[in-house]
Design a protein around this ligand. Structure first.
Ligand code: FAD
Length: 337
């Protein structure tokens, strides 16, 4: 049985969270399929990287370490990934749906003539019977993602091409270390043989790092506001509540479109995906495009004047009331306690 490969993004010696999320998911898929999880790490000064990857379930780590491989440039990385995949023949290959993954994965899938499902929100293993021919396929990767503007959740399969390739949204999969990780087997990639006449025309002359001022992805508590907050000033209440709770402020798209909050705060299908311990949805109706980005939250509290608002269906506690009355009471309570 061929294995599952995860392309691991590495910045300054640290593996990106999305890659650790993918390794965690790959473990699940591999236990269903009875195969192993392999990681592919490309960059420079990667000594010891296998320890981080083994902690999240990589059993074999392929390391391509060279000065010309860092920082990330699409063409050399694509050449190395294609070279490794041609030799190792993974049945499944996973990439983060990040700027890097969205750049790299299509080039790899095109070069290997395999399909690619972008921006998946879930992955499962399942069978398929072709309606026309009756041909049966076992153990395919179900690549699941919203489609048609989020109105349906599509399951996409790729029966005849290998590897079955997907990019997966950041934050949708859990990131769980293995209880007692075994050391990974390290395979050094002789990457120069894959570079051949790779175009190195892109030269990186300078890098500027910009610190993210708003970072809601990792926040344990999120106070999110929707169109029901009424105005940018109305959002002021959310910042006060967030301060007393030690939370970050998120927003629905309707609130962002109305100028109540910055785009970086948007949660949902076209925003970020979050899974905090506590999500307080204030004046948010709970349309599927919003809930797609927060329904992995451990606990959801909604505050809405409409008792029938769809958010009530996924809320653990639904407060039926006006945000302008309920939130000040919450702020007062938490300040005192
Ligand atoms: P509304 O749907 O207008 O709901 C406002 C809610 O506030 C209502 O339930 C109302 O009862 C309540 N309310 C009003 N006044 C008060 C008050 N004083 N106190 C308490 N409650 C009050 N949306 C996202 O959020 N994220 C996305 O990433 C996203 N992507 C999209 C992608 C596509 C392709 C499309 C088509 C849509 C997308 N949307 C997204 C938009 C989504 O469909 C909804 O329009 C949006 O989520 C609605 O935002 P809302 O709940 O804030 O506003």
């Amino acid at each position: 049985m061929n294995n599952i490969f995860v392309y691991c993004e590495i910045e300054e010696g640290k593996v990106a969270d999305v890659s650790l999320e993918l390794l965690t998911k790959a473990r699940d898929l591999a236990s269903t399929l009875g195969c192993r999880v392999e990681a592919l790490a490309i960059g420079h000064n990667l000594q010891g990287i296998e320890k981080q990857l083994a902690t999240y379930g990589a059993e074999i780590v392929h390391v391509a370490d060279g000065e010309e491989l860092a920082p990330f440039r699409t063409l050399p990385h694509a050449a190395v990934v294609c070279g490794v995949f041609k030799e190792e023949k993974p049945q499944i290959a996973l990439f983060g749906a990040t700027c890097t993954g969205r750049d790299l994965a299509p080039r790899v899938s095109s070069a290997l003539h395999s399909g690619l499902t972008a921006d998946c929100t879930s992955l499962e293993i399942g069978d398929h019977k072709e309606a026309k021919t009756g041909k049966e396929y076992k153990d395919l990767l179900y690549q699941i993602r919203p489609a048609f503007g989020g109105n349906i959740i599509a399951t996409i399969i790729n029966p005849d091409c290998r590897p079955q390739m997907a990019t997966v949204r950041e934050g949708v999969m859990k990131m769980e270390p293995v209880a007692n990780p075994s050391p990974a087997e390290v395979k050094t990639v002789d990457y120069k043989k894959y570079l051949g006449d790779t175009d190195f025309a892109v030269k990186i002359v300078a890098r500027e790092m910009e610190e993210r001022k708003i970072n809601i992805k990792g926040a344990p508590i999120i106070v999110a506001g929707g169109y029901g907050m009424g105005s940018k000033e109305g959002f002021g209440l959310l910042y006060q509540l967030a301060e007393v709770l030690g939370a970050e402020v998120g927003a629905s798209r309707a609130a962002v479109d109305a100028g109540f909050a910055e785009h970086e705060r948007q949660i949902g299908q076209t925003g970020v995906t979050v899974r905090p311990k506590l999500y307080i949805a204030c004046g948010i109706s709970g349309q599927i495009q919003h809930t797609a980005g927060m329904d992995g939250s451990s606990m959801v509290i909604s505050i809405n004047t409409d008792p029938e608002a769809p958010i009530g269906k996924i809320a653990d506690y639904a407060i039926v009331g006006d945000v302008n009355t309920v939130i000040p009471k919450m702020i007062k309570y938490y300040k005192q306690n």
